[in-house]
Design a protein around this ligand. Sequence first.
Ligand SMILES: Cc1cc2nc3c(=O)[nH]c(=O)nc-3n(C[C@H](O)[C@H](O)[C@H](O)COP(=O)(O)OP(=O)(O)OC[C@H]3O[C@@H](n4cnc5c(N)ncnc54)[C@H](O)[C@@H]3O)c2cc1C
Length: 505
Amino acid sequence: MMSTPANIHTSEVAAAIEAWREALGDSSVAADSRSLADLALNAGGFQRHVPARLRISTVEQLRLALIIATEHHVPVYPVSTGKNWGLGSSLPVRDGCVVLDLSGMNRIRVLDQDAKVAVVEPGVTQGQLASCLSAEAPELHLNVTGSARGTSIVGNIAERGDGWLGPRIDDLRGLEVMLHDGTTVRTGYWHYGHSEATHRWRHGIGPSLDGMFTQSNYGIITAAAIGLRSKPPSHRVFAIAVSDEWDLPELVNKLRILHELGVIRSATHIFDRERLQSALGVPHRSWVAIGSIGGTTRGSAAAWQDLCSTFTGIADVLDAGGTEHSTDPALQGALAAIRPILQGTPTDAGVSALATRYGPAVEATEVDASDTGILFCLPVLSFTGSSAHRLVELTRRHCRSYGYEPAITLNVMNDVTLQATIDVTFDRRDAAAAPAAQDCVDGLHAVLADNGFMPYRLGIQTMSRLIRSNDDAFWETAARIKSVLDPLGIIAPQRYDPHILGRNF
Ligand SMILES: Cc1cc2nc3c(=O)[nH]c(=O)nc-3n(C[C@H](O)[C@H](O)[C@H](O)COP(=O)(O)OP(=O)(O)OC[C@H]3O[C@@H](n4cnc5c(N)ncnc54)[C@H](O)[C@@H]3O)c2cc1C
């Protein structure tokens, strides 16, 4: 249920809806409660009042939509594919925003094999780009996330999401952004038009403006240039498994050395017992690290030897092709499931597995309508065994005190930093379950932040927790930039936005 009926509009919203109908056509504007009912179904169990949704298919339509929103002072909230599951799906941070659904802007504008770059619009999904590459540039692949094929690249970049080969933001080579008044800004060398280095060297000359347009609400991304990777001649996917809970610190410390030395280059994911059992069907293991090594055939063979010798006597080491040090059919199954992701082919398997925790099996496209509620907490920590152990202990103690068993994965961001993906799932058939789980996850953010574990990304319900300090020069500066770029607060109010303090521009 949304918090107030969707058909109650202020006069400004009603006037804007009329103007949008005229400018974009009736079929692009949904403003009755029946057409908006699907928004009430979201994996996090959140409630927001959304007065309308506009389906936008072109840059020009977006310009018209924004000019009308500005004219009528109606706030809007862009979504690329709206699959920000566990963090808000396609719901805005605050009530009263019109959702701009950009999934119809789904052109791959450029595929430049020499520059190893694709320029994609917001509606382009990782599945779409991966299929395009396998047909047109099979020697290249994309850094894909563990989320579904139908999730966007642009929305994920806007959130600074996490791919299996590293943080997605590291793949960024330029952004095209529309401001609230319809102005288009292109970052790096892109705005020069004729520069040979456009989409090759991200930073261009002058301030690096691209960083301003992720995890912010200064503009709407209309295209992103995404770096692609050459497929190495040899690519080996591995699992390193320990069966004792207390082996986590040693596993983490040894992995760090291999990342520091460049032996492992993927964003190794370290799964806990709960996630191994529920998502990967692996019993009897406390922690399993899955990642890949690759390069020349000789280099890859040497890396494999380094990996095996590092863990001799400590852990079982397997690769996806065979069984070097251990035979474990369950682990081989998990490797077979994750291998395509590490090779640039996204799958729906992880999302479907999580979404079927409660109730019948669902397709990845149905996550928001499934019986399984999902909430994420995504803290960042040092790449050390002691830090990992501390975070896991705090998380489990907190969640268990609320009656939840969290699933935890520790993902390598670089050779000094890990990011934890903690999910709490709940049964959406029970009306009391969503608020209880939200309380637990809100409290978890607080406990972890008090202990120095700040999040790398926030859900719509937790934005206010960290973005609130009145005397923090960082957020003061962010607020000043907002006041210049979007003085009326039209775009995504309160999204990573200190206006939550009550100031309005
Ligand atoms: C089982 C499971 C596994 C997952 N694995 C991963 C993973 O490995 N890595 C990961 O990062 N995430 C993961 N996710 C979370 C999520 O599904 C992805 O991050 C997904 O890409 C986000 O949805 P989206 O692409 O549809 O973005 P959207 O929902 O469209 O947008 C996300 C956010 O960005 C903003 N935004 C969107 N488009 C624009 C734009 N054009 N301009 C400005 N702002 C914009 C939106 O306002 C919203 O706040 C996982 C989720 C589940 C359930």
